[in-house]
Design a protein around this ligand. Structure first.
Ligand code: FES
Length: 265
């Protein structure tokens, strides 16, 4: 993240409505926020990320999906008159008056090196790669800061008990922002440990998906060749039309929903 140099206030894209801007139109009240100790006035409706861009900051790192998925925008903040440190994702958290903000675009948590193909699906492998796992003192600070509501401490406990499957399932929503690691007294790299558990579970423990096997076999046997050739012969306009007019599963469809055309199902 760097701060772009503003030559004049009128150059702020949020104020000029320039095409490039991602910041919504300024319609609401302006509120003060503090970024790394400096005060800025920003529209109250913005997320932290957009407010910082409005203030002239430019995200080169520490910003990815802008949709709460990639975990790149971990933020720590405090509110005026409140001793407590709060955490959140800059792209998802809306600013509040007198927020004191700091971005954590990257946290240098330990990530073990391993050859995944040589790993056995047993907990000892994880213990060997991440012996710090047993430094967990069960303070639960990790769970409290998680912006995705992952039960981080429970995930670590499951691994200590040798339950890789439970750890993988508990950490399914982890986006690896590493806020947990930033608060951990035991200095655990929870997100990397959980990622390893999910990898082992997905590749070496979970039962194979039969429908996936069937789909792979059908692909190998050429079931989709004709369709692919037809698509490849189409122009852009025709492809767009086909895409826009495709049959879409309704959000309230039943489990057993199938499209009208089942040629490729
Ligand atoms: S930018 Fe991806 S989670 Fe915020």
């Amino acid at each position: 993240m760097s701060r772009t140099k503003k030559t004049s206030k009128s150059k702020n894209p949020a104020k000029t409505g320039a095409v490039e801007t991602k910041v919504p139109p300024v319609t609401g009240k302006m509120i003060p926020i503090f970024v790394m100790g400096k005060k800025y006035e920003v529209p109250e409706t913005l997320t932290i990320m957009k407010a910082m861009e409005y203030a002239g900051f430019k995200f080169i790192r520490g910003c990815g999906c802008r949709g709460g998925i990639c975990g790149a925008c971990a933020t720590v903040y405090r509110k005026a008159g409140d001793y407590k440190l709060y955490t959140g994702l800059a792209c998802q958290t809306v600013v509040e008056p007198n927020m004191y903000l700091a971005q954590i675009p990257f946290y240098p948590a330990n990530r073990a090196a391993y050859n995944f193909h040589q790993l056995e699906p047993n907990p000892e492998q994880i213990f060997k790669l991440y012996p710090e796992l047993f430094r967990c003192i069960a303070c639960n600070a990790c769970t409290k800061v998680c912006p995705m509501d992952v039960q981080v401490m429970d995930m670590i406990s499951a691994l200590k008990q040798g339950n890789i499957a439970k750890a993988a399932i508990l950490s399914f929503s982890c986006i690896q922002c590493d806020l947990c690691a930033s608060r951990c007294m035991g200095e655990l790299p929870q997100s990397h440990i959980a990622q390893l558990a999910r990898r082992i579970y997905g590749a070496k423990i979970a039962p194979r998906a039969e429908h996936l096997n069937e789909a792979v076999m059908a692909t190998r046997e050429g079931k989709y060749e004709e369709c692919l050739h037809t698509l490849m012969g189409m122009g852009e306009e025709e492809l767009r039309k086909l895409y826009q007019e495709r049959e879409i599963e309704s959000e309230i469809a039943d489990e057993d929903w199938v499209p009208i055309d089942t040629k490729y199902v």
